[in-house]
Ligand binder design. Structure first.
Ligand code: SF4
Length: 734
């Protein structure tokens, strides 16, 4: 029975899912040792709101499938490879009987790793035995192969403190910068463009600042599904007069709230924004004073966009020329405007160019540095901003200090009491997979990531994981990636530990321990520290608060913040006086963080996607997320309510495309690309444009990333998840 609220204990924490980072309160029944319900909590950003994931998506922590004891692969299970038929690739992409919704709830939710098939290949071990083995094997590989033989994937699910310690371990013990996390699959290209353009990878204003904007552009994003609470602020602002321009290949629900909706062809963003800037300049709607005083390289930008009159932009993008001019008039005529963007901008081989255009759009109209104006890449995971801030990336130490700058390296050698840090930038997520296949990286530490489902072209990932000499996976469930592990370490979920998390707004908030960990599971920071000690490092952190204070000392952007002064609502950074101020909402009111203080305008030419549709693969595949699920589904698919609402994979397709193929809504179809094929249900939807289709990547039994291409953006190194050529057809028909 649910007890009344007065008999429950309230624990203030933050939502573990998207970058909005909503504040919430868990109401805990201590007698049952369980959460009874969650509710939104007042905080300047989320203001008490929650979406379905925050409100109902916490019961996975009590799943009987939690890992509770360290596991070591049995000797007879070598040579190494995946242990279940699906992950091995046999019956690859084929639906199994127990994948059907409603089957085997509890012990074996549909579509997840089959524990009964996999667990017999491992034996239980003590923490001492498991950690000694990890330390011995990683040290041995490092001694034989040098720093380049070791790599680590951290996770944006980790707290700031855990991400900081993980990168510090890899950098100081193994002298390698081969460390990355899912930002590489999310906004790495946006961050690259923002650094180049304005000297900062974070947002210049908050999502709540939308109320001060006359016009906002929401582009390459489906905020109703991916940033639901932020989306509610967008819709509310519109009711108060803010105009919304929505630009996306899919007619997502936010298109119904837009004043102008431009349904451009996938992969044509550069041509679209160059066309809009062409018109802004032609109509004299640019801000001469801002351009003269606050930007550089305007003339080159103007020359480039001069080649994109609306007629040409219309031909490339499919958006009518008049609508391109209409957007230019609305945007250029606004007193204040913000651009919010998602992975439809970043996840392209032209992702950095796409973001460069958005920066230029804001800069030439003076839309940065004043209330209701600015640049806001809607960050994906709840702590992807924080994990990047604290240095879980191969090219930067904490606070985006360049890893290949000798002065920076010297500072960190002093701060960390070591010598000989890696002088070169490390490898990114996608490059590490390539390096494994080329015999470079031989040993990996995987903390909370599940590249088997999250990375592009997973047949290639499967091959790479099988060939590693040693893989240690630290997670809360037996993930698909854990099937390739030599050692599996059971970690706590965010509900069972303390730590800080930084949301898309730059708000640093504390998550608080709600429940006791199951079995022998331990917090990630404790496991990393224990391993560091076994590897000879003299670490003795007693609490995440001590790690936070060390982090702040090497991160000027977080100056003045302390674990204690974050309070219940968290604080925005930069923050001169956290005791009395919530922090800075609008940044760059006087100058940018670049060396000369100016915004650097970088023009871009439109380039087509890497794999265009043809007669054999005539459709463009777009991948992404659903409202009810999160990334590789390891948490949300074990959450009863979320899995019940959205239990299985579907391919979304325009009615005419379905009719042309003789397919009907609800039937099981095959989707295939040059890299693989899957079987899944067809959803006929008017929200897809003709010639395009969409598949969410949460579902192992119909893994969208078996189809995707592993071509990457040359600067941000992000894969082209938003564009590859596929065919969808009836089962049995080719
Ligand atoms: Fe959690 Fe994001 Fe939903 Fe807020 S909007 S409750 S942070 S998933």
């Amino acid at each position: 029975p649910i007890r009344p609220r007065a008999e429950l204990e309230q624990v203030e924490s933050v939502c573990p899912y998207c970058g909005v980072g909503c504040a919430l309160t868990y109401n805990v029944d201590r007698e049952r040792g369980a959460i009874s319900f969650a509710e939104g909590r007042d905080q300047p950003g989320s203001q008490g709101r929650l979406c379905v994931k925050g409100r109902y998506g916490w019961d996975y922590a009590a799943s009987p499938q939690r890992l509770t004891v360290p596991l070591i692969r049995r000797e007879e299970s070598y040579p190494k490879g995946a242990l279940s038929a699906d992950v091995r690739g046999e019956g690859n992409g084929k639906r199994r009987k127990d994948d059907r919704p409603g089957k085997d709830r509890g012990r074996k939710p549909g579509g997840l790793v089959d524990y009964d098939e996999v667990l017999p290949h491992f034996r239980e071990a003590t923490w001492d035995e498991a950690l000694d083995l990890v330390a011995r094997r990683l040290s041995g590989i490092h001694a034989d192969g040098g720093p380049g033989a070791i790599a680590g994937f951290g996770s944006a699910k980790c707290s700031n403190e855990e991400a900081y310690l993980f990168q510090k371990l890899l950098r100081t013990r193994f002298r390698t910068n081969n460390i990355d996390h899912c930002t590489r699959l999310c906004h790495a290209s946006s961050v690259a463009a923002l650094f180049e353009g304005i000297g900062s990878g974070a947002v210049s204003t908050t999502y709540g600042d939308v109320v001060n904007a006359d016009v906002v552009i929401i582009t390459g994003s489906n905020p109703t599904a991916n940033h639901p609470v932020a989306s509610s602020f967008f819709k509310q602002a519109r009711r108060k007069g803010t105009k919304i321009i929505y630009i996306d290949p899919r007619a997502s629900t936010v298109s119904e709230h837009a004043d102008v909706f431009c349904q451009l062809k996938p992969g044509t963003d550069v041509a679209f924004y160059n066309g809009v800037m062409h018109e802004v300049i032609r109509l004299g709607l640019f801000d001469r004073e801002f351009i003269a005083n606050r930007t550089s390289n305007y003339d080159e930008l103007a020359r480039t966009v001069a080649d994109y009159p609306p007629e040409r932009a219309a031909q490339i993008t499919g958006v009518p020329a008049e609508q391109i001019t209409e957007v230019a008039k609305l945007w250029g005529g606004a007193g204040a405007g913000i651009i919010y963007w998602g992975m439809g901008i970043s996840q392209h081989t032209t992702g950095t160019d796409n973001a460069r255009c958005l920066i230029a759009m804001c800069a030439i109209t003076g839309n940065v540095g004043k209330p209701g104006s600015g640049l806001h890449p809607l960050r994906g995971q709840n702590n992807v901003q924080g994990a990047s801030d604290v240095g879980l990336i191969p090219m930067f130490y904490p606070d985006y200090q360049k890893a290949d700058d000798p002065g920076v390296r010297e500072r960190f050698e002093q701060a960390w009491g070591v010598t000989g840090l890696d002088p070169d930038r490390g490898l990114t997520v996608t490059e590490i997979i390539g390096s494994i296949l080329a015999g470079g990286v031989r040993g990996m530490y995987m903390l909370g990531e599940n590249p088997f489902l999250s990375d592009p072209n997973i047949n290639k990932v499967r091959k790479a994981l099988s060939t590693l000499d040693f893989l240690v996976v630290q997670d809360i469930f037996l993930t698909e990636t854990a099937e390739f592990a030599d050692v599996i370490l059971p970690a706590t979920s965010y509900l069972e530990k303390d730590g800080s998390y930084t949301n898309t707004d730059r708000r640093v908030q504390r998550g608080r321990k709600v429940l006791d960990p199951p079995g022998q599971a331990r917090a990630d920071w404790e496991i990393v520290q224990d391993l560091a000690q076994r590897l000879g490092l003299d670490w003795h952190y007693a609490h995440p608060g001590e790690v936070f204070d060390e982090m702040v000392a090497v991160m000027p952007s977080y100056a003045n913040l302390s674990y204690d002064n974050l309070g219940l609502s968290g604080k925005l950074y930069p923050n001169d006086d956290p005791e009395h101020s919530d922090g800075t909402v609008v940044m760059f009111d006087e100058s940018f963080n670049t060396d000369d203080g100016l915004a650097h305008l970088v023009p871009a030419e439109w380039l087509p996607a890497k794999e265009l549709p043809d007669a054999e693969f005539p459709l463009v595949l777009n991948t992404g997320r659903l409202l009810e699920h999160w990334h590789t589904g390891s948490m949300t698919r074990r959450s009863y309510a979320l899995d019940a609402i959205s239990p299985e994979a579907e391919v979304y397709m325009h009615p005419k495309d379905a009719a042309d193929r003789g397919l009907t809504h609800g039937e099981i179809v095959r989707a295939r690309s040059r890299r693989g094929e899957i079987e899944l249900k067809l959803r006929v939807s008017h929200r897809e444009a003709l010639g395009n289709c969409f598949i969410a990547f949460h579902f192992r039994e119909a893994a969208a990333n078996l189809l995707t291409i592993d071509e990457i953006d040359p600067t941000g190194k992000i894969p082209e998840f938003k564009f590859c050529a596929v065919q969808v057809e009836a089962i049995g028909g080719r």
